[in-house]
Design a protein around this ligand. Structure first.
Ligand code: TYD
Length: 209
């Protein structure tokens, strides 16, 4: 029987440098011949990408917070079936850009829907798939926004403002404190190469590489 692959998620505030790290990790895994898939939330499959378009469209500013939370969960459960589960069963390493901790940081903490409600709807959506390791790129929104240039003007979430993103950061900080065994905090203030070295060291320590 094939050994189940490891499930790794990347989390952090908008503009924390996740995309750069994911690209570097992708190159590393390819060069080292490690079987893997990269995917993302919301999205990652046909239906979940369609849900992503609804969620992130600047035309949907009147969406209620509850609708938003349920759509993220709906996208998650579809994406798990379409992409994550099959790859894990084939023994591949699954790297996912955002997962349930994004819903906890953004919807529970920042939108104020509360940990209980978001945990509840996600306990259904997760199908018992919790990441083996979650990498939280720890960079405050102030530092992230200073770095990020040319943000997409039509992104509904980018328009939410600094106060919102500060609450997102506080949410991640609380989650990382509550679950230190799963959520590894990596200092996002370092150079991309230093951060990447930290990521690789951590993944080796956690038996993922
Ligand atoms: P994206 O453009 O992929 O941003 P990033 O590159 O920062 O990951 O947009 C994803 C946005 O969706 C991001 O602002 C976080 C938000 N989000 C939630 O609010 N809840 C969730 O459960 C997920 C998965 C994402």
């Amino acid at each position: 029987m094939t050994k189940r692959g490891k499930f790794i998620t990347f989390e952090g505030c908008d503009g924390c440098g996740k995309s750069t790290q994911l690209k570097m990790l992708s190159d590393y895994l390819t060069q080292n011949g490690i079987a893997h898939i990269f995917t993302r939330e919301p999205g990652g499959g046909k239906i979940s990408e369609a849900i992503r378009d609804i969620l992130l469209s600047g035309k949907n500013m009147e969406m209620t917070d509850e609708c938003e939370a349920l759509l993220y969960a709906a996208s998650r459960v579809q994406h798990l079936s379409d992409r994550v589960e099959p790859a894990l069963q084939e023994g591949k390493l699954v790297i996912c850009d955002r997962y349930v901790d994004s819903s906890l940081a953004y919807q529970a903490y920042a939108r104020g829907l509360g940990y209980e409600f978001i945990s509840q709807i996600n306990s259904f959506a997760l199908k018992n798939y919790l990441p083996d390791v979650t990498i939280f790129i720890d960079l405050t929104p102030e530092a992230a926004f200073a770095r990020k240039k040319g943000a997409d003007q039509n992104d509904r979430l980018e328009l939410a403002g600094m106060e919102f993103h500060k609450r997102v950061y506080a949410g991640y900080d609380a989650l990382a404190k509550a679950e230190p065994n799963r959520i590894a905090r990596i200092d996002g203030n370092k150079t991309p190469q230093e951060i990447f070295n930290d990521v690789i060291t951590l993944l080796k320590e956690r038996d993922c590489l």
